[in-house]
Design a protein around this ligand. Structure first.
Ligand SMILES: Nc1ncnc2c1ncn2[C@@H]1O[C@H](COP(=O)(O)OP(=O)(O)O)[C@@H](O)[C@H]1O
Ligand SMILES: [Mg+2]
Length: 698
């Protein structure tokens, strides 16, 4: 895939320049000096030769075929150049030139024309407005980065070229190799998804890292990232304000979902390892690129000082890693050579006077413990420590075993030589133990992700015709919100159980309805203008007698008339009172980038205060539903505290999946929420007490 970008036999630099410091010069220079074996053609209408290479006025004058075009001409000439590329049979171009979408409306127009032109001409391109590409294996440096990263197995794509170059610079100073670097620029043609796929197939790439500010097609991103992350770790730093947002926000669900929730959900669902800082991006990349994955969460720590050992242990605890007690035989063995004051338990403290040999023996012994899935070796540069010797000893063992070993030789100056040795032998070294731990944790979680069975997407057959009829009349009447009765029908059509309800217009009708339903009952105002009924005293629960019904009817209607004189009152709903159970909220929102999302959270009237919610993108798999419930703080409450019975969590999962099905069946749903969904004891199901639906658009 994208072969001509990374493995072209010939490259033309269109807009090559004789003047050092100009992009057209520096890129050509970079291409000449790192061992690219193919033929280079500088294209310049005036110069006969540049940097000792024969130059041609246009690509049409180049005698042979051209694999890849690097375009550095001014923006107004780019279209023409792409047209020529098409005629010359060039199918791949990197457009460095800026002055497109990033520069305003004129540029946006030009970019649209460029996309059109490239389609007509059969030329795929990276950019525009990018800093170029690098392939350390085919020795192509078609960028204006300073220097060339060494050969390695980290594939890196970045929406910000500058950030990309900064990361490469860091990599060069730490001897970390890269397979490919792609500055994506405006992503007008070749997308993140295509690059991720190409890197997934690239045999020189072991881990894929990326920096993005936004995605063009959220669904596509989730689909491709899910496939890629099963093949290789995909670590992404996402920043920036995106146009992502929620269209309508008149409900809790809308108010609770924000710009970042959709990305969070998308990343979780597609196995993307999300990092928050450039440092983390780099740290994880180095770990994944160099060490095998841990097969479990059990870590052993070997250290020559107490404090860092405890810090690392704390960090492990926070990130779900476990410091397993070592087997008795292993401890006994350690006792044979460690000084008596050493700590033989995990963390194993081999003391401040530890020699390289002591490190080596301790490490060799601890890796034999079959419960241990990986080892962190910490070193504080005490006066007696042999930094280089210890680094070599660790590298020797790391080379022999298939468990991950990460190190933290703490500090900088006095451990630098050791760090270089470790990195050279593929043992990642971190200045801080917490960084080693978080990298280890990312590797562990990734291993869990790839070992997961295929996701299951259950299908629910709702009574779609019935819902279609409802939606038709809502649209005809130019409404957005469904009426209470329509909501009832809609939920019914998808199998939700609901409390028996009757609408009463008078006090007398209320009494009759309550009798029919059976005491106690709940009474609620029914008015299209009232969104949150209890806020204005529009709900009375536990109404037990005829007299109470009459009073409640009067109370509710007069309260609403008083607080909202303009509200039209349709009547009062008399409802079966469901006792016991726990209240959760479930809902649907629509995100502009990722489409429908499903929400779960702590329900009832405090939902917006507690903000204890989780989101996933539609379609929801069984696993997604399972996980999103467990992510919230309400989960332990559902499991039951202090002898309470466990709630019917499976029924909630089912309800979430049904909402996902509704969203798939009816794209016109803008938002929906059931709040509360009353969850009864395990095996007894859930009841949808109160719900809202809004539809519109497509
Ligand atoms: N049928 C019912 N059975 C038991 N409790 C109910 C019932 N209806 C409402 N409630 C309680 O009253 C609260 C508010 O009612 P609800 O219908 O959700 O109105 P709103 O959200 O508009 O204020 C619910 O969160 C629930 O605690
Ligand atoms: Mg409610």
């Amino acid at each position: 895939m994208l072969d001509n970008f990374f493995n072209p036999k010939t490259i033309a630099v269109i807009g090559a320049s004789r003047t050092p410091g100009k992009v057209g010069h520096d890129i050509l220079k970079n291409l000449t000096q790192y061992g690219y074996q193919g033929v280079l053609y500088p294209i310049n209408p005036e110069a006969p030769e540049i940097l000792g290479l024969k130059a041609y006025p246009t690509i049409m004058d180049v005698p042979g075929e051209i694999g890849l075009a690097i375009v550095v001409v001014p923006p107004k000439s780019v279209l023409e150049v792409i047209g020529q590329c098409g005629k010359k049979g060039i199918d791949s171009a990197v457009i460095i030139t800026a002055g497109f979408k990033e520069s305003g409306s004129e540029g946006t127009k030009l970019e649209d024309e460029l996309v059109k032109k490239s389609k007509e001409s059969g030329v795929r391109f990276i950019g525009p407005n990018c800093l170029g590409i690098i392939d350390s294996h085919s020795r192509i440096n078609a960028s204006f980065a300073k220097g060339m990263p060494s050969e390695g197995n980290i594939g890196f794509f970045s929406q910000s070229g500058a950030l990309g170059i900064a990361v490469l610079d860091l990599a060069m100073s730490e001897d970390v190799g890269f397979s490919k670097f792609i500055s994506m620029g405006n992503k007008a043609d070749i997308s993140d998804e295509e690059i991720m796929q190409a890197l997934a197939e690239d045999e020189n790439t072991k881990v894929i890292i990326g920096y993005i500010e936004g995605v063009r097609d959220g669904r596509k991103f989730v689909e491709i990232a899910s496939q890629v992350s099963k093949k290789k770790p995909l670590v992404i730093l996402k920043s920036g304000i995106t146009s992502s947002g929620i269209k309508a926000a008149s409900s809790h669900t809308g108010a609770l979902s924000g710009r970042e929730t959709s990305f969070d959900a998308a990343f979780k669902q597609s196995g993307v390892i999300r990092v928050q800082t450039v440092g983390e991006l780099f740290n994880y990349a180095v770990a994944f690129a160099n060490q095998p994955l841990p097969q479990g969460p059990n870590v052993a720590i070997i250290t020559n000082s107490g404090g860092p050992g405890i810090l690392a242990a704390d960090a492990c605890d926070k990130l779900g890693l476990q410091l397993v007690p070592l087997h008795k035989e292993i401890v006994d063995q350690l006792r044979t050579f460690l000084p008596p004051f050493a700590s033989f338990y995990n963390p194993v403290d081999i003391l401040g006077d530890a020699t390289a040999e002591r490190y080596e023996k301790a490490l060799y012994t601890v890796v034999q413990d079959d419960k241990v899935n990986g080892i962190l070796v910490l070193l504080t540069p005490t006066a007696v420590v042999d930094v280089e010797g210890t680094a070599k000893a660790i590298a020797n063992i790391a080379h022999l075993i298939d468990k991950p070993i990460l190190t933290s030789f703490m500090g900088r100056k006095s451990v630098e030589s050791g760090s270089k040795i470790l990195m050279k032998y593929h043992v990642p070294n971190y200045s801080y133990p917490e960084h080693a731990v978080s990298s280890f944790s990312a590797m562990y979680k990734y291993n869990v992700w790839i070992k997961r069975p295929e996701k299951v997407y259950p299908h629910f057959e709702g009574l779609k015709n019935k819902v279609n009829d409802i939606f038709e009349s809502v649209t005809e009447e130019k409404r957005e919100h469904l009426r209470e009765t329509e909501v009832y029908e809609m939920l019914n059509a998808y199998g939700f159980s609901q409390p028996r309800s009757l609408l009463a217009r008078t006090s007398e009708e209320s009494v009759t309805a309550a009798k029919g339903i059976g005491y106690p009952v709940v009474m609620k105002i029914v008015s299209p203008q009232v969104i949150h009924k209890s806020d204005i005293g529009g709900v009375k629960i536990n109404v037990n007698t005829e007299k109470e019904v009459e009073n409640a009817f009067f109370d509710i209607t007069s309260r609403v008339k008083h607080v909202m004189p303009m509200a039209h009152i349709n009547g009062v709903m008399i409802q079966e009172m469901i006792s016991g159970g726990k209240e959760v909220i479930i809902g649907i929102t629509r995100d502009t980038q990722f489409g429908h999302m499903i929400m779960f959270g702590f329900g009832g009237i405090y939902v917006e205060v507690l903000k204890d919610v989780s989101f996933r993108i539609v379609p929801l798999s069984k696993e997604d539903a399972h996980e999103m419930i467990r992510e919230t703080k309400v989960f332990p409450l559902l499991r039951g505290v202090r002898g309470e019975a466990e709630a019917d969590i499976e029924a909630i999962e089912n309800s979430l999946l049904i909402l996902s099905q509704m969203a798939l069946d009816f794209p016109q749903i803008i938002e929906a929420e059931i709040n509360p969904l009353l969850v009864k004891k395990r095996g007894e199901g859930v009841v949808a007490i109160d719900a809202r639906f809004a539809i519109g658009g497509d």
